[in-house]
Design a protein around this ligand. Structure first.
Ligand code: PRE
Length: 105
């Protein structure tokens, strides 16, 4: 077994997430930005879960009153909103949100 320092990474390198950067400065910036992204993703997931809960209330109320789970006209509005704000990938995002909120149709 080799104890060569070239192959034995220092503890800090072994535990730090791989940023792909080749300077400490860049690695620090990337790590900070990744923390912000992790925070944003946590908030986005929380908002998606909140959206799902609100959607469930609407669907339950509509079905209890004799309506259908799905309202296609409303879904068209939502798809257009996301497409207008985010471009074509926005449509796919809205479709995913709708599937999470009301299941597959
Ligand atoms: O707005 C409604 O009527 C809903 O039921 C909510 C919602 C949505 O999650 O946005 C879910 C299902 C419908 O097909 C349309 C929209």
């Amino acid at each position: 077994m080799s104890t060569d320092t070239a192959t034995a990474a220092p503890a800090a390198q072994a535990t730090a997430p791989d940023t792909g950067a080749s300077t400490q400065e860049a690695a620090g910036l990337i790590s900070d930005a990744r923390s912000r992204i992790d925070d944003l993703d946590g908030r986005i997931i929380g908002l998606v879960q909140e959206r799902m809960a609100v959607s469930a209330v609407i669907q339950r109320e509509r079905m209890a009153s004799g309506g259908r789970r799905v309202n296609l006209a409303r879904e068209m509005e939502i798809l257009a909103h996301y497409r207008n704000q985010l471009g074509k990938p926005g449509t796919a995002l809205a479709m995913t949100l709708l599937e999470l909120s009301r299941g597959q149709v």
